[in-house]
Ligand binder design. Sequence first.
Ligand code: GLA
Length: 663
Amino acid sequence: MPGYPELPEGLAYGGDYNPEQWPEEIWHEDVRLMREAGVTLVSLGIFNWSLLEPAEGTYDFSALDRVIDLLHAGGVRIDLATPTSSPPAWFRRNHPGSRLVDREGHVTGGASRHGFCPSSPDYAAASERIARRLAERYGDHPAVAMWHVHNEYGWTNAQCYCETSAAAFRGWLRARYDGEVQRLNAAWGTTFWGLTYGSFEEVEPPRAGAVGQLTGLQLDYARFSVDAHLANFRREREAIRPHSDRPITTNFMIPACKPMDYWRWAGEVDVVANDHYLTAARPDGHIELAMAADLTRSVAGGRPWMLMEHSTGAVNWQPRNLAKRPGEMRRNSLTHVARGSDSVMFFQWRASRQGAEKFHSAMVPHAGTDSDLWRDVVGLGDDLRRLAGVRGSAVSAEVALLWDWESYWALELEWRPSVDLSYRERMEAYYEALWREHVTVDFAHPAGDVSGYRLVVAPSSYLLTEAAAKNLHRYVEAGGHLVVSYFSGIVDEHDVTHPGPYPGVLRDVLGVRVEEFHPLPEHGTVRLDGGEQGRVWSERVRPAGAEAVRAFATGPDAGHPAVTRHPLGAGSAWYVATALDGTAPASGLRELLGAVLDGAGVARRRDLPETVELVRRGAHTFVINHGDSPVTVPGVTGTAVLGGTGHGGTVTVPAGGVTVVRH
Ligand code: GLA
């Protein structure tokens, strides 16, 4: 990583290493095999707390000392974890008040990881203590390359509903509303149903059982819960910092973990690290993977990031855990690298024999080293050595999709106009259309600086502040192009509708007014006058400056606009009032975006088959062939560092293969 000479050279390669599950003689074999595979970095000690501190206040670092020395002797660097995602059994017993209480009021069971309340002062003290002990002991050990604080904050304990959390929430609200409960009442709109609070003491977490709860309360509870986890991260980070100058991070779960607002997390870590698991049953899973990588890079502010976990093959927690097909692990890995990762790491090094994850794939499978999987692992190590020069380079994009976790939460609260409204569904539909058009995209926060993009697309901006809307207005006036999908710009940060007709704060920039929503029945469709088919949504759009590009031909809004374009200042703003997908004649989202991309002057390849993914990262072009037959791609000049060499700038990529060319 640029600026972090402590990290191994080139692209880091390795995975989670859990030697405590194995007798010591296996550790020696592990290090030998790591060298064979070209492993340079392992995440060590993630689930080690009960061994390091077998009883409260009693420590034993002897086994960790030995494994660290062994890895050091073998030249494998360490991403040293604090073990605080899995408190020991004694912690639950000694501190029963720290147990996580779910929304239904169940005190969650033990015998698993997480399970603690993120607002627990006892957890805070215990986790800080073990982090400090580790940093004091290993902070300047030459094998330690970086710190891996905790593991996946908020995965199964994103929100706790115990009395400790309730009290912490009230304190958080006091600070947010300057100690004045009337400000809270005004923000949440509590005159509705007479839900006005007389004091902060009367506020309860949004526990289960009550129907139609204040949505402002629910959104603030989600924000408070992010802050609770962030406070835990910061406390450990500050315990480590005085003893170590190595980069400190924690592994995010973008985009799988809906409750964590990673725009807020990004500034807290020295390097953004992400875990991503392919949804193997999805035929287009590799497109969702590309989206996750682009979103992670964007959260990292465009800087290189680290793929901290993915899988060599099947996971153990999907309904049907499909193995990866030949070449798929390599394509997945190199897609992450193409889109900005400076590492390829897996969960986990050696497949477990015990516990919940024994059927999860690993770098060393149960089958051992005489297996295709192991040979692929060794081959990938070789690929990454050849790609060392990619490290630190940037990906640039001319198009940004707006992504906001707060809008994601708000859109999917109860009592929306249709259960078919889904944040991810629209986001992925637009991402996929752009992916198939061979357009590389960034993601941006709606209030962030988007001035450098030729095109900004807002597939799902239900919650949008006035400031963000002004940001978009300025962007279009200055010559930017904007595409907005239905049910956007509707509410403020407290889920209160913006005054006046829909689409609220986006009315002016889009030049339309929406009189009424007409969500479609389950599986219902409407036809547009260009022959396209819309799903989920129809609405009555009245142009107010915009021109109609398409009208509804059927359904409740037949004869009224379905797609509009508003020339504004030096730019234009498009509005799409139904769910378009794919390619004409069925739905035509790609044709629509194609026209917008052309109008915005976005460069794109039109000569590539849809199965080819072509990404430029710095001086390297990655050509990934997801199809079943070889493809010939012209216009890629330079030296092939991976895959066959080409002639006159034309490369041939075998079925399922990857070619990387350096310019
Ligand atoms: C997560 C965790 C790992 C492991 C994997 C399994 O990402 O961080 O410890 O449980 O999932 O896929």
